[in-house]
Design a protein around this ligand. Structure first.
Ligand code: ADP
Ligand code: MG
Length: 348
């Protein structure tokens, strides 16, 4: 995997040498980061704002496959997946901590690549790396990122605030990350059977990037602020649209109507799903890893939000007794169910 680069054993640096080597290029950008790496704990100051904290754990073989995931992308994605949770609270992300368990097969150069991806994400999204932990691992690569941010108390969007009549909205497009994964898995299978065949991903950049290099929707949080819209509820789309809608409805104690023809699906996602014999709508509903924002807004905001090209209105919130429904393109009404990503993967 790392044959073309120099190979430096991590043991040569030792734990403290490694941490120093990996983190020395990171600069503190936020005034809320009072003390970053280098003491027993980081010190943060959010003045009179509420603090938001979220953690994710990524395990090799469960959450990522190094056969087709470049380490730089993995570092970048590990940060994005986490920042997405802070944005889903309508907050501003300002710090992360990164903890890693490294298997002995990794040379220093591999960990450097991982941190390059982390660094690019920190720069682009304006967050500071303020700490972490480092260990060796016998079970493959382990990465845990904690993201920290803030929000004014009255701006925070919880999952439980959806009201009857609210519009159900989603950013960007859906299903691409799942179809990108199908493509990568297929090419991996072909490569394992015949290592002389190079992966054929030509012209598929968009969906491969949706899988390997997702972007958390900081821009949507900023756009909502500019439009002076505060969503009544919000969640990020990590497990598929159906699952996330059901979370919002359950926690808000409401029902909903979702319209299949309103679900945003990119043409490349659509065509590639068809090539795989998959229903593009099912991919959007159950695929996962799109990291878009799903939220509800008052009907009073319709005139302002309807023209935003990055936001689709896909349905509305109903009374709880009505249940959660998908209205198909042929006007048939189906109960909305979350198959989830894992269940879906097994069934295809
Ligand atoms: P401790 O023994 O108190 O856990 P460490 O020696 O593990 O301290 O860490 C020293 C400093 O380096 C701390 O500020 C810690 O947060 C930071 N740090 C450790 N590992 C990482 C890492 N993988 N990425 C970023 N910062 C790290
Ligand atoms: Mg430590």
């Amino acid at each position: 995997m790392f044959e073309n680069k120099g190979r430096t054993e991590i043991e040569q640096l030792g734990e403290f040498g490694l941490i120093e080597h990996l983190t020395k290029h990171f600069e503190i950008k936020n005034s809320s980061s009072v003390k970053g790496i280098g003491d027993d704990a980081a010190v943060l100051n959010f003045e009179n704002k509420k603090t938001l904290i979220s953690t994710d754990l990524l395990l090799e073989g469960i959450h990522f496959d190094l056969a087709y995931t470049p380490l730089k992308h993995l570092g970048y994605k590990a940060v994005q997946v986490n920042l997405s949770d802070i944005y889903a609270m309508n907050g501003t992300a300002t710090q992360i901590t990164v903890s890693i368990g490294i298997s002995s097969k990794f040379p220093l150069e591999a960990v450097e690549e991982l941190y390059q991806g982390i660094s690019i994400a920190c720069e682009k999204y304006g967050v500071d790396l303020v700490g972490g932990d480092t260990s060796s691992s016998k079970q493959g690569l382990v990465i845990s990122v904690t993201s920290i941010g803030f929000a004014e108390e009255d701006k925070i969007c919880y999952r439980n605030g959806a009201q009857e009549g609210d519009l159900l909205c989603v950013s960007g497009d859906l299903g691409g990350a799942y179809i990108g994964l199908q493509l990568l898995e297929r090419e991996k299978g072909i490569f394992l059977e015949n290592p002389n065949i190079q992966p054929d991903l030509e012209g598929k950049d968009y969906i491969v990037e949706r899988q390997l290099k997702p972007e958390a929707r900081k821009d949507i949080v900023e756009a909502l602020e500019l439009m002076k819209i505060k969503p009544t509820s919000m969640i990020d789309v990590s497990d598929g649209l159906a699952s996330e809608i059901l979370h919002l409805c359950k926690q808000s104690n409401k029902g909903c109507s979702l319209y299949e023809d309103k679900i945003p699906i990119d043409p490349m996602t659509y065509d590639t799903a068809r090539d795989f014999g998959l229903d593009p709508t099912v991919c959007a509903l159950n695929g996962g890893e799109d990291y878009e924002l799903l939220f509800t807004v008052s009907q009073n905001d319709f005139e302002i939000i309807k023209n935003n090209p990055d936001i689709s209105i896909i349905g509305h919130i109903t009374e709880p007794a009505a249940g959660c429904h998908l209205i198909s393109k042929s006007q048939k009404v189906h109960e909305l169910k979350a198959q989830g990503w894992n269940a879906f993967k097994k069934s295809v």
